[in-house]
Design a protein around this ligand. Structure first.
Ligand code: PGA
Length: 256
């Protein structure tokens, strides 16, 4: 059976009240579902606690959007992996394009974060993606393979079982312009092929999520693509109806 992960990336949205309301609604809708895949939400740090206390023992797991790789100490404003683990996080997004561009995160930092997460038993969702300029100048795979070479180094075979790749073309994030099914399948296929060549057979098992303006209208088609194992969803994950509709699309695919 196809492996699917539906992950909501809330970015810097919601507060305690609105995240609580979201979780209560999603809990009510999903509590009797027999889901054959993982559903994840990634709220801002300050809302992790209230979301996790509502969703513990539910069909929905909770992760973070970022972390720092050192164990503890003088890193004002940062959150360690151990802190995420102690609050009950299972996954953490790393290397989102907004972190790469706005906060200047390098592949090296992203790799250290991913390794720290894996060491503590959390699953990193490592994002890669090209800008429109890079795509238009024919450099899509140069960029993606460079990110795969440098953000994913030094993982053991065991680690690879817990690494999630998110292909997020930067030009599709928050723009309403989604990659076409052909563009998405081609990129996912080539990412899987490259991972297989470089890191071994484990690639056939790797989860490769698509991210970039996925919504309730295009999810079914995207999730149905051979090499797409789910979505990293921004805007549409903030509305209960859209998020649940995407969950239903995944369910439909696995039941067909
Ligand atoms: P979007 O964001 O769905 O709003 O395009 C996706 C992401 O940035 O992870």
């Amino acid at each position: 059976m196809k492996k699917i992960l539906i992950a909501g990336n809330w970015k810097m949205n919601t507060n305690v009240e609105s995240s609580t309301e979201f979780c209560l609604n999603v809990l009510e809708i999903t509590k009797n579902m027999d889901l054959k895949f993982t559903v994840l939400i990634c709220p801002p740090f300050v809302n992790l606690g209230n979301c996790i206390s509502i969703l513990k023992d539910s069909n929905v797991t909770v992760g973070a959007q970022n972390c720092w790789y050192e164990e503890k100490g003088a890193f004002t404003g940062e959150i360690s992996v151990d802190m995420l683990k102690s609050v009950g996080c299972t996954y953490c997004i790393v290397g989102h394009s907004e972190r790469r561009t706005i906060f200047g995160e390098s592949d090296e930092i992203i790799n250290k974060k991913a390794k720290a997460l894996l060491k503590s038993g959390l699953k990193p969702i490592i994002c890669i993606g090209e800008t429109l300029e890079e795509r238009n100048s024919g450099n899509t795979y140069k960029v993606l393979f460079h990110q795969l070479d440098n953000s994913f180094v030094g993982f053991s075979e065991e680690d690879w079982k817990n690494v999630v790749i998110a292909y997020e073309p930067v030009w599709a994030i928050g723009t309403g312009v989604t990659a076409t099914p052909e563009q998405a399948q081609e990129a996912h296929h080539n990412i899987r092929k490259y991972v297989a060549e470089k890191y071994g057979d484990i690639a056939s098992q790797s989860l490769i999520l698509y991210g970039g303006s996925m919504n309730e209208k295009n999810a079914l088609e995207l999730l149905n693509l051979d090499d797409v194992n789910g979505g990293l969803i921004g805007g549409a994950s903030l509305k209960v109806d859209s998020f649940v509709s995407i969950i239903n699309s995944a369910e439909q695919i696995l039941n067909s």
